[in-house]
Design a protein around this ligand. Structure first.
Ligand code: 13P
Length: 263
């Protein structure tokens, strides 16, 4: 992920992930995976991940073999194995070909009631088992209207990351996703994204020191399109995108990857 030049500031490689959410048939998922793999090829300028629904993971994994696209899951359970009906463990995801798991997405926090203690437990188990984690956070509209976003970021970062070692933290990508921007067509301005990412990075510095904080990719999610990508990516602390709706069409997703790679 990040690497260091002249022992000074790291160059963070851009990271673009497509979160397909609960969309696609098997045929659509395979076609989308194949088209993304073809478009990205083996170019490693941008790290590209696709996160299909659980049942399509292996099939999509087959379509991206030989390309530099990696596979991610949209969720993972907090225990390693056992009597947890309907849940999927980190080891199962690894065996299905996943490198990443998304944890703490706002739809899981707000629709499915996932608490911060559960998110922290999931992060620990996923990292212990060898996954990389895309850790999501972000404020609601009412929190932003009351100017509480920094308080929310601080709480979410500290809660989700409590107890992680430096080595574990190297496998985390943070995704800032303001809830009011998800699926609404209302994208954060580049300045709003930069302010949020800079604040989150300052909290990571407090927890893990400058070197790790500077190497951690902090990506933006919420109504990202090919048109608004370059503006967002031009900000110094915006290191990529977590894309929902626009990741369901290969053309728009690849245009976002391309725009992220030229900044
Ligand atoms: P949209 O890009 O559809 O707004 O979704 C963002 C998101 O939730 C990605 O995880």
């Amino acid at each position: 992920m990040g690497f260091f030049r002249d022992h000074s500031m790291p160059i963070r490689k851009k990271f673009v992930a497509g979160n397909w959410k609960m969309n696609t048939t098997l045929a659509e998922a395979k076609a989308l995976g194949a088209a993304v793999a073809k478009g990205v090829g083996t170019d490693s300028k941008v790290t590209v991940a696709v996160c299909p629904p659980y049942p399509w993971l292996s099939a999509v994994g087959d379509t991206i073999k030989g390309s530099s696209v990696v596979l991610g899951a949209q969720n993972v359970h907090f225990e390693k194995k056992g009597a947890f009906t309907g849940e999927v463990s980190p080891a199962m995801l690894l065996e299905a070909g996943c490198t990443y798991a998304i944890i703490g997405h706002s739809e899981r926090r707000h629709i499915l009631g996932e608490r911060e203690s559960v998110i922290n437990h999931k992060v620990h188990t996923a990292l212990e088992e060898g996954l990389h984690v895309i850790l999501c956070m972000g404020e609601t509209l009412s929190e932003r209207e009351r100017n509480l976003q920094e308080r929310v970021f601080q709480r979410q970062v500290f809660a989700a990351c409590a107890g992680l070692t430096d080595e574990q933290f190297h496998r985390i990508v943070i995704a800032y996703e303001p809830v009011w921007a998800i699926g609404t067509g209302k994208v954060a301005t580049p300045e709003q994204a930069q302010d949020a990412h800079k604040f989150v990075r300052s909290k990571l510095k407090q927890l893990y020191g400058d070197k790790i904080a500077e190497a951690t990719p902090i990506i933006y999610g919420g109504s990202v399109t090919p048109e608004n990508t370059a503006g967002l990516m031009s900000q110094p602390d915006v290191d990529g995108a977590l894309v929902g709706g626009a990741s369901l069409k290969a053309d728009s997703f690849l245009a976002i990857v391309k725009a992220a790679g030229v900044v």
